[in-house]
Design a protein around this ligand. Sequence first.
Ligand SMILES: [Zn+2]
Length: 57
Amino acid sequence: MSFTANCPICDAAIHLAADTIQGELLECPECGTELEVMSTEPIQLQEAPQEEEDWGE
Ligand SMILES: [Zn+2]
């Protein structure tokens, strides 16, 4: 069993492992944005806050 969620940035479908936990960080395969799992039931993704990594663009 796995979850599917949509990237809040580009709306791409993202497949999440069944053992995904709240607070987990992942990267959108489409736009590369780092996303944080805000909740697992239902799945909610949010763009992860930029903290120490500031690589620019
Ligand atoms: Zn995306």
